[in-house]
Ligand binder design. Sequence first.
Ligand code: ATP
Ligand code: MG
Length: 560
Amino acid sequence: MQTVLIVDDITENMYFLEVLLKGNGFEVHSAGNGAEALESARNSPPDLIVADILMPVMDGYALCREWRADDRLKQIPFIFYTATFISKKDEELALGLGADRFLIKPQEPEALMGVIREVLAASGSNKMGISADLPRSEGELLREYNEALFRKLEKKMDDLEQVNQELKQTIIEQKRLEEQLRQTQKMEAIGRFSAGIAHDFNNILTVIIGFSYMMRRNMPSGDPQRDKIDQILTAAEKAANLTRSLLTFSRKEEIKLQPLNLNDCIRNVETFLRRIVGEDVKLITNIREKDILIFADSGHIEQVLMNLATNARDAMPDGGILSIGTDIIDIDEEFIRLHGYGTPGPNAVLTVADNGTGMDEATRQRIYEPFFTTKETGRGTGLGLSLIYGIVSQHKGHISVYSEPGQGTNFRILLPLMAGEAPLSGASVCHEPLRGGHETILIVDDDAAIREYLGLFLAGLGYKALFAQSGQEAIDVFRENSHDVNLVLMDLIMTNKNGSEAALEIRRIRSDIKIVFTSGYPHDIIRERKLLEDNMQLLMKPLTPSDFAKTLRGALDREE
Ligand SMILES: Nc1ncnc2c1ncn2[C@@H]1O[C@H](COP(=O)(O)OP(=O)(O)OP(=O)(O)O)[C@@H](O)[C@H]1O
Ligand SMILES: [Mg+2]
């Protein structure tokens, strides 16, 4: 049986050759590099050697030189089988060193076996191929050998450079995604914080607005104090607007989504926007011809446009160009992988760009934070972009910004296109004269100031009031007065038994009792905690007198 020595540093290559040769009736020895191969061959000379070129410790060229210089080995045929040294010069060098064949990987098994048999047969008849042309000068061989290695090295460097570039790209992408995640988490945290503040302030404002309103009502029209009360009410109204903004930012405010053509929305406010930006700024609109239907709250989208335009104007004190555009883009998995956000499928894009002062990185990082502003005191509250952020998130969209100092700013907002859902009807608010009554109302709230305010307010409207400061107390008071109470007005979230639990027990005492809940907590928290069944009525704090009076009257008059 003939023996073949195979030399390769890659196990899979070695395995393939081993199986092939054994299957064709050869005995196989193997070595992982040139040095091992020499040692193995000197111990037990094979009939043929098949060697790779690029290997650690001793490469194939060096092995071939040693092979041909060794008296015991030099008659044994030598085949190079390489995947990396594939140029004509590599082959010339190999044959110059005394190799019998120079094969490039991969070879068909049949072809490879053909060559091996041929070389073995030739060695039997002592025809030794090109190696017969030897000797070539040592210097020439050395030069060619160096050149071959150099070429290889260059190729490896190129490959490495390419891998390096790819790696850099991956790292950049990774960093962007991490940044994206960090930003989202930061906004979530600030959102929760703002919602908490807004909730507490709503309770406080309910008391301030309520009492001021009552004082005003009881004043003769010429009372000199009336002015001061009006000031209080105006300030409180401003504060209520602020908490409303915070709730919008933290996405804890109900919005009314309706089918909306984004293009119409821009056309509707165009004149208004021109007025905002002033004469020195040129407003260019670049609206996609076809309608862009989204499911949105038009008032909120107008607010987004207004705030962005205001910011752009502020960034262009000496005039400039504000460009507003719409389009539709298709978002695919690749987009989402690259940017870390997006809803797959067609999306509406709204771009608002200016060529103003632009922003540096540090500013850009913080622009969506509530109360972050670079404007002088009194010019900006820093709520504009927080509001936009909240609105866009509530529309399941995404806002991104590109800006460099001195290069202007480009905001891009993605909004999912509408997918044939039925429109929600939004209830409109109208203000009528306050209507009261003579019924008895049980007021349940764990906040003493609110209880007091509600009691006075209801008394002012002609109602009689009973009080309880917890869910448990409400049940007890109701049990004692179940025939007199016409309606229970109850805070939803209280420490000792919450509103909905108390309501269940109260209904057990009298199933037809009317219950209206109040809460300073945002709608979605209430829904999330499943505190309110669908058919229950909820009044959000701060309670405005007209809404409050109307809701109560409505509930009392409703036939169950
Ligand atoms: N188009 C823009 N160009 C340059 N900087 C901008 C632009 N838009 C926003 N900024 C920066 O982002 C900050 C925050 O903007 P944001 O709209 O939230 O608040 P504001 O404009 O400062 O105050 P407010 O909107 O409450 O009046 C700005 O103070 C400004 O530094
Ligand atoms: Mg602003």
